[in-house]
Design a protein around this ligand. Structure first.
Ligand SMILES: N[C@@H](CCC(=O)N[C@@H](CS)C(=O)NCC(=O)O)C(=O)O
Length: 247
């Protein structure tokens, strides 16, 4: 049985990380049973989740998890797609992971109100006396990384403009299809679903969420996949916030 190392469900989503959500979806698409382990972050080979352990083999990073499944289990996520569709699917996936993700990070971690309602919760299990310090330390680390990458130098308004272009592109590309490339899901659906679901999470009050809510086909896509692959009814109401004294 494959073990998938996860953060755990947050904000009505299968996991607090879009990349872990993507890995879950990949495993489901491939029909591979897996067990979740929420205690693996400290041993993560790339200091990030997700990673898997498959019969003693450790595979870190959601895309390498995909490649591992394709190689070891002979499962072609993109079966039926022609080369141009495969190329487009890859480009769409990486737009989400390497552009839209940065916008999501920025609105969740840099905006204090969203941080308080969202990522602050990741540290709920830290001992009470260090919890505010841990929250504040990690938040500053994320802010430093975003500034070093460049995205963190944009204003929140500029970030919303960039993310909205991604959302518009996703909505147009999906159109009225059930999945990104047609009636059958492909690998990129794991990523696109994960990011659409995360963008729409009601815990976060952001222009990105508003833009995504304005795209009925993306909302329906999220609802369909959430229901049929995760058995979850999409959350429509934000849950209560936590207090973050010194964040
Ligand atoms: N390229 C990686 C990205 C994974 C990633 O960024 N994971 C984040 C959560 S969304 C993480 O583990 N962050 C913890 C940290 O950086 O300490 C993948 O596709 O798996």
């Amino acid at each position: 049985m494959i073990t998938l190392y996860t953060f755990g469900p947050y904000f009505g989503l299968p996991d607090g990380s879009p990349f872990v959500t993507k890995a879950m979806m990949l495993l489901k698409l491939a029909g591979l049973p897996y067990a979740e382990d929420r205690g693996g972050y400290g041993r993560a080979p790339k200091c990030k989740l997700p990673y898997i352990e498959d019969d003693g083999e450790i595979v870190a990073d959601s895309t390498f998890i995909r490649f591992h499944i394709e190689k070891k289990y002979g499962f072609d996520f993109d079966a039926g797609l022609d080369p141009a569709q495969r190329a487009a699917a890859w480009a769409i996936e990486k737009m989400c992971e390497d552009h839209l993700y940065l916008a999501l990070l920025a609105v969740r971690w840099l905006d204090l109100a969203n941080f308080t309602k969202g990522p602050a919760r990741f540290f709920d299990s830290a001992p009470a006396f260090v919890r505010p310090l841990v929250r504040s330390y990690v938040r500053r680390k994320v802010a430093r990384n975003l500034i070093a990458q460049g995205f963190g130098r944009h204003s929140q308004e500029e970030i919303a403009i960039l993310a909205t272009r991604d959302i518009d592109a996703l909505a147009v590309l999906l159109g009225d299809k059930t999945f990104l490339m047609g009636a059958k899901p492909c690998a990129a659906d794991a990523t696109v679903f994960a990011f659409v679901a995360h963008m729409l999470a009601p815990a976060f009050d952001t222009p990105i969420r508003t833009a995504a809510e304005g795209r009925a086909n993306l909302v329906a896509y999220r609802d369909r996949i959430m229901q049929s692959y995760f058995g979850l009814a999409p959350q429509r109401e934000a849950k209560e916030a936590v207090e973050v004294a010194d964040a």
